[in-house]
Ligand binder design. Structure first.
Ligand code: FES
Ligand code: MG
Length: 572
């Protein structure tokens, strides 16, 4: 076996080169026989004190390590960029591609035969998958699990979702500032990612639906002993994947992505999943388009009663049977022959799954939301390359809506204006935010769910039509049109909208229209000065030069596709 192992190009070398590779590694305390042809497994842990959701991943890596040793492998833990959603500015999304690039290069440049990548917070899961797919060595993704359920004064409270609710309550004067602050530690009670079906939970579940996360593990709470045992089993499993040479390219197919899209609707998952799955498909060299998310989701009901669409939290979902139980409820919509890291098919993985709590995971004939409530994709002269709206988060009464535009060029301008006494806005206005896409902000931040102006909040209004080229948190809600493409900073029509223009949102017909004549728009385009960011160089300049549009996943143009694991040249 040792001859076939990629790592033998390092550790089985004779002479000066073999000495160089082994000698320094032995300084870490490894005996000679560790270098005698054992599969070398990297454990990439996106751990950091600055990424609280992932703070336990170094600990979890020790369980993976134990499993690798048990199966006869040689484990090496290495740190990968930890993208902490809650602290990073201007947006953790700005760094997803950087993390993916780092992970890809770390895997390729080192003597690894396979990897287990530990992820959790929103961007860390797609980044790890993107990087790993471009190298295409046997890979298992293991997520860190959700936090303990939040409880504030007897009420279940979920990450993000209840923050948005509480902050509106404070603005409306129905919650005190003191109560607001005292709820903080009650919402986030342990390590682990968000408890709601936000982006982290969504991407963990979708990575399992894709077949890259061991079946049944994506929902295990971070602090549950079962997560440690899952990690240990993942360590054993990666050694067997290396023995079988089972790579992501032979696991992932178009069908795997269709399964993930279907699962996302059944989960009531995040709009961010659209961007990440498009980027992941780009790495896997599988054709996937924005329209697929709308078309494939149409027949799928939403079954999981989790915030923000429903009531419960991830630990409840896990107790009900987790993703396998959900997938078994929607099995008629899935490609059960798709392959997974178990070396079996998805159908075999979920064959014995049971739904233990039909209040949390509903049945197809008694869903939380009927079919047609996933994310819809809108086109029109305001979004020639598409835009996205999450129906389960939207007010049905606003889904066919004509209103006049109130335009803001930045979120700062928006936030400093909306609570002013003399700011004139009515409930029918359409709030427009631009310059918040990938190039614009930069990094396409989650600012699309614009706060409702104070004067309207006080009247009890909690939703309005909002349109932007930004994203929104998977934990938030509202009639919010997102990911408008091309983005404003690339000269998309969003850049041409003026205050008072008529905007028509027509969800049943999937259109988003700027009701201004072509001639007028042409005139405005000629008069408009191009978006001119004040870049100071560095990574942001690289990002702005190479980031692609939201409609293809906002990856870098030069990172799409597979580059393999070959490194023909030696280091010394
Ligand atoms: Fe990290 Fe939500 S902030 S998962
Ligand atoms: Mg989030």
């Amino acid at each position: 076996m040792s001859d076939q192992l990629r790592s033998s190009n390092w550790f089985a070398q004779t002479g000066k080169l073999g000495f160089y590779h082994r000698s320094h590694t032995k300084s870490e305390g490894f005996p000679d026989d560790m270098f005698s042809g054992k599969p070398v497994i990297g454990i990439g842990a996106s751990w950091s004190d600055l990424a609280p959701c992932n703070a336990h991943l170094h600990d979890l890596a020790q369980s993976v390590k134990a499993g690798i040793y048990e199966a006869g492998g040689f484990p090496f833990e290495f740190p990968t960029m930890a993208l902490g959603e809650t602290l990073m500015r201007p947006s953790a999304m700005l760094y997803r591609n950087l993390a993916a690039m780092e992970i890809e290069e770390l895997i390729r440049s080192n003597p690894l035969d396979g990897v287990v990548l530990l992820t959790g917070c929103d961007k860390t899961t797609p980044a790890a998958i993107m990087g790993a797919l471009s190298v295409d060595l046997p890979t298992i993704i293991l997520t860190g699990g959700p936090m303990m359920n939040g409880v504030f004064r007897g009420e279940t409270v979920g990450s993000g979702t209840d923050l948005w609710r509480f902050s509106e309550d404070v603005r409306a004067g129905v919650m005190t500032q003191e109560d607001f602050v005292s709820s903080e530690a009650c919402v986030s009670r342990s390590v682990g990612h968000c408890t709601t079906m936000g982006t982290a939970s969504t991407m963990a579940c979708l990575a399992e639906a894709l077949g890259l996360v061991p079946s049944g593990t994506s929902t295990i709470p971070a602090t549950d002993g079962a997560r440690r045992s899952a990690a240990q089993l993942a360590g054993r499993q990666i050694v067997s994947l290396v023995a079988k040479d089972l790579r992501p390219s032979s696991i992932l197919s178009r069908e795997s992505f269709e399964n993930a899209i279907v699962a996302n609707v059944a989960l009531g998952g995040s709009t961010n999943a659209i961007i990440h799955l498009l980027a992941i498909a780009g790495r896997a060299e599988i054709d996937l388009e924005l329209e697929d998310f709308d078309r494939l989701g149409l027949a799928i009901p939403t079954l999981v009663d989790l915030k923000p669409s429903g009531r419960f939290l991830m630990a409840d979902f896990h107790g009900a049977g987790g993703l396998p139980a959900l997938l078994s409820e929607i099995s008629e919509f899935l490609h059960l022959g798709a392959r997974t890291v178990s070396s079996r098919t998805l159908g075999e993985d979920i064959a014995n799954a049971k739904n233990w709590n039909q209040t949390v995971i509903r049945k197809v004939d008694a869903p939380l939301l009927p079919p047609g409530n996933g994310s819809v994709v809108l086109f029109g002269n305001l979004a020639p390359n598409g835009a996205v709206l999450k129906l389960s988060a939207a007010d049905p009464n606003l889904c066919v809506h004509r209103g006049s535009a109130l335009v803001f060029d930045s979120i700062e301008e928006y936030n400093s204006t909306i609570d002013q006494e003399d700011f004139i806005v009515d409930p029918n206005s359409v709030l427009i935010l631009r310059n918040a896409g990938p190039k614009g902000y930069p990094g396409m931040p989650e600012v699309g769910n614009l706060a409702i102006p104070k004067s309207l909040v006080k009247q009890g209004l909690r939703d309005m039509v909002r349109i932007s080229d930004a994203r929104m948190s998977g934990t938030s809600f509202g009639t919010v049109v997102l990911h408008v493409a091309p983005e404003s900073a690339s000269g998309g029509p969003l850049s041409l909208v003026q205050n008072g223009d008529s905007i028509f949102l027509d969800v049943p017909n999937r259109t988003l229209s700027l009701e201004v004549s072509e001639a007028e728009l042409l005139k405005r385009r000629e008069e408009k000065s191009p978006f001119n960011p004040d870049d100071s160089g560095g990574y942001v300049s690289l990002y702005r030069t190479h980031v692609m549009g939201a409609e293809t996943g906002a990856d870098f143009d030069f990172l799409r596709g597979r580059r393999g694991s070959d490194v023909p040249r030696r280091s010394t």
